[in-house]
Design a protein around this ligand. Structure first.
Ligand code: GLN
Length: 497
């Protein structure tokens, strides 16, 4: 019974909550019990505050009772009473905010991120602090300073990263949905490796206020969910302009779920592009076969499938690792041991505080990125690296926009391989960086992307299909993802835990 609840979708649960068959407190209790049962093995959470979560759920039940007494039917408040897990890089007032780093081990956030304020306004319960690669730098969640999260489908394997805790929590029934952040694939890649839906919105669609900055021109907050519709519900709640984030865009937030349904009704024949550069060497044959089968399914739905070319794809990883490291070296300069974060105990003077606090507070991957970023920004190298990378970024974006003159969306594998074994790539940063080959271009171009479950390997590991959409056309992207999802039952499978 309680496991059933934990594996229900937002749409199912909000129906039951609305009819009074279930209370938010009962639902939260079930999720807490499930988390206590499995998280010792999965390790999705850095921490959770049971009392706070139950208090939020109780308040939700109170709001519902009050609305009912006033004759309101609560329709449209789909997130009311739904436990949503939060990546530990998004500020929730009064809760720890660690970025899975020693640097912020004892830091408590003084304010709510805009996405959290919006989730709370929608009635959701913000649940727990979910593990990640330190400061969101990584693709396996092994770079967390605290512990490596395990993939619920095979505990010896990684859940992907950097939002591995968010993906694993949803896959293991420890949260109904979750928030993550995606700078180069950190929502879509772990979603693919854990058999859940992961949505990265268009850059500027969701406010970054209260998100710990990694690479500000690439970072975007998005959703993990059990279905495309659930991802649409979460996006609808968190999207919108925010005067506290000057890169958030002044555009109305559409009714994503209603829009998806209308498009499904209209029977529109989607034009889908398959980039030839994404199906070459390095793609695991079982992943390739599952993605091809998904593309055939789209053909079966009457979609027009054609080959497109994204010729600058080969520069995407190099470009990303110049821009992301440059921005991170600048963003992470604020952790100096003076104003906040951890301070070295045996520093003797001001300079010593900076050096020792940073040497002790940051892990090896974060240091590698700061050093690389400082190098590419240094005088004499700036033009050769950073400036050139910005130009290549423009070419990568143009490739996509050119493809979108012919197609409505682009379909690709999300990750070149299924979940890999823990430790398999930790000694080789370049091998790890290659896990993001299909997702990184989307961030460089600022586009929306979604990963949806599309099959399993013979060994029982999940495979994800990525759909990439045009800027701010999330409704179309969700409709396209939903069309495939409706023909399959991959998303309903559960790991044996
Ligand atoms: N894996 C990529 C990196 O290590 C992307 C991470 C992310 O999207 N936060 O930078």
């Amino acid at each position: 019974m309680s496991e059933e609840l934990c594996y229900s979708t937002i749409s199912e649960l909000s129906g039951r909550l609305g009819r009074g068959e279930l209370s938010a407190v009962e639902l939260m209790r079930a999720v807490i019990a499930r988390t206590k049962e499995v998280d010792g093995r999965v390790g999705a959470f850095n921490s959770f505050d049971e009392g706070d979560a139950l208090a939020q759920a109780l308040a939700s039940d109170g709001r519902r009772a009050k609305a009912r007494a006033a004759g309101a039917d609560g329709r449209g408040r789909h997130l009311e009473g739904i436990p949503v897990g939060i990546k530990d890089v998004i500020s929730v007032a009064g809760q720890p905010l660690t970025a899975s780093s020693r640097m912020l081990e004892n830091f408590v956030s003084p304010y709510d991120a805009t996405v959290i304020r919006k989730l709370k306004e929608a009635g959701a319960t913000c649940w727990g602090r979910l593990n990640l690669d330190e400061f969101a730098m990584g693709s396996s969640t092994e770079n967390s300073a605290f512990r490596a999260t395990s993939n619920p489908w095979d505990l010896e394997r990684v859940p992907g990263g950097s939002s591995g805790g968010s993906a694993a929590a949803v896959a293991a029934g420890e949260a109904v949905a979750a928030l993550g952040s995606d700078t180069g694939g950190s929502i879509r890649q772990p979603a693919a490796l854990c058999n859940v839906v992961g949505l990265k919105p268009t850059y500027g669609r969701v406010s970054r206020y209260g998100l710990i900055a990694f690479a500000s021109s690439l970072d975007q907050i998005g959703a993990f969910a059990r279905s495309v519709e659930d991802a649409a519900l979460v996006l609808g709640a968190i999207a919108g302009h925010d005067c506290r984030d000057s890169t958030s865009v002044r555009k109305d937030v559409p009714d994503y779920v209603g829009g998806m349904a209308a498009l499904a009704q209209s029977g529109r024949r989607w034009r889908l592009g398959i980039p030839k550069e994404y199906f070459g060497g390095g793609l695991d044959p079982e992943v390739g076969a599952a993605v091809q089968a998904a593309i055939d399914e789209y053909r079966g739905l009457g979609c027009e499938v054609r080959e497109v070319s994204l010729p600058h794809t080969k520069y995407a990883i190099g470009t990303y690792y110049i821009i992301a490291t440059a921005e991170c070296s600048s963003n992470l300069a604020r952790y100096d041991g003076v104003r906040y974060g951890s301070r070295s105990k045996d520093a003797t003077d001001a300079l010593d505080i900076y050096f020792k606090s940073r040497a002790e507070g940051f892990g090896p991957e974060v240091k590698r990125r700061i050093i690389l970023g400082t190098y590419v920004l240094s005088s004499g190298y700036y033009d050769a690296y950073y400036l050139r990378a910005q130009k290549v970024r423009t070419l990568i974006r143009r490739d996509f926009l050119e493809a979108f003159t012919q197609v409505d969306a682009i379909l690709t594998p999300t990750s070149p391989t299924p979940a890999f074994r823990k430790g398999e790539k930790s000694a080789d940063p370049l091998a790890m960086y290659l896990s993001d080959i299909y997702t990184i271009g989307v961030n460089l171009a600022g586009l929306p992307g979604i990963s949806i479950p599309c099959g399993f390997t013979r060994g029982g590991l999940p495979i994800g299909l990525q759909a990439i959409g045009q800027p701010f056309k999330e409704t179309e992207l969700l409709a396209i993802a939903g069309a495939y999802e409706g023909r399959t039952d991959w998303r309903t499978r559960r790991p044996r835990l």
